[in-house]
Ligand binder design. Sequence first.
Ligand code: NAG
Ligand code: NAG
Ligand code: NAG
Length: 357
Amino acid sequence: MLPTIILGLLCAALGVLGFDISCNSNLAVYWGQNSGASGSLPYQKPLGAYCDDSNVDIILLSFLYILKGTGGYPVLNFANICDYTTNSSVPVFPGTQLMHCPDMGRDIKYCQSKGKVVLLSIGGATAQLNSDAATFSQQVWDLFMEGSSPYRPFDDAIIDGVDLDFEQSSQMNIIQFANNMNQLFKSGTRKYYLTAAPQCPFPDANLGNLLAQAHVDMAFIQFYNSGWCDNSKYGLPRWPQSMNYYMWDAAWRNSSFANPNMKLYVGATAGQNAGNPSSYVSPDFFASELQELQGNYTDSFGGAMLWDMSWAYGSTPNYATSTKQALMRGSKCGSTQGNCCSSKVPNPSLSRRRRSS
Ligand SMILES: *[C@@H]1O[C@H](CO)[C@@H](O)[C@H](O)[C@H]1NC(C)=O
Ligand SMILES: *[C@@H]1O[C@H](CO)[C@@H](O)[C@H](O)[C@H]1NC(C)=O
Ligand SMILES: *[C@@H]1O[C@H](CO)[C@@H](O)[C@H](O)[C@H]1NC(C)=O
């Protein structure tokens, strides 16, 4: 079998890389919080178990949730995966709360070999970015990207960028952090992405300034948990009672964002209890909503985002599959999108499972 690096080069040469930011049919899914378990769904699987599915283009590892833990290092949490708090076999780097997850490193590389982009989401419900932005951006670069550190949670795997998902105000240094991060990206040898997950009321209370002042490649807008602007209000008469993609598009058109080409993604909860149940819409409802938005907003629309993988794959029908199918109906990228390298690459998660069973 070909090493993944050669397959990656082959894909690049053939021009069939899975993820293309200019497409209007990308699907981003958060992985890591295993939120379906609270709804009695099966536990999330290791990351690599989802990467043979060509429906997902972007995986958001959630979360790096403490920016400065013991020893000045950040802290990760992926629920049941690589959890040092419940599994004493999971190693932690000395003098820190930073866990070492070699299996995830292998899975990240495997997912990338399948044309997917893997981003590390920073934030969650409680993180605050008021530690020193310059130090923290350099640390993220050294621990997860092309910098170097003896403490690399995913070893030599290199993530494709960072997602900012802060749900607290007073993110004093977030713009400086984003600018520093974008500078570091430019010094690298790969393409990196900076993304953010604002809530739907416009402008977002926590990330509005970020989107207005710093270059952000994609906004995964949470059209859930906010009441009036949620997906469940799609189709109602406009403000103050209708899902408000039209407002985000208007802002996109009137140059409200620092990146005039920032792509807007429609975020949804992939299960009844994945967020506030009143925000939830069925896969069929979401599919027709997406098709209309994709058709109407041809410039700003980038695709959809789902919270989270455990709900999407624990639902019947699979919420990720139905969403991607809807997006592909109006895709401007043709049917090859997402099918990069669907040939034989050994899946580390699967082979691990086979070994252990
Ligand atoms: C505990 O962690 C080890 C080392 O990462 C892993 O091999 C094992 O499967 C984990 N156990 C559980 C129950 O997750
Ligand atoms: C741009 O559009 C947004 C969303 O509708 C609106 O809130 C904002 O006031 C507009 N800005 C300008 C300068 O027109
Ligand atoms: C999409 O465009 C159609 C035709 O112009 C219009 O009737 C509909 O309200 C638009 N939908 C949205 C969500 O903007």
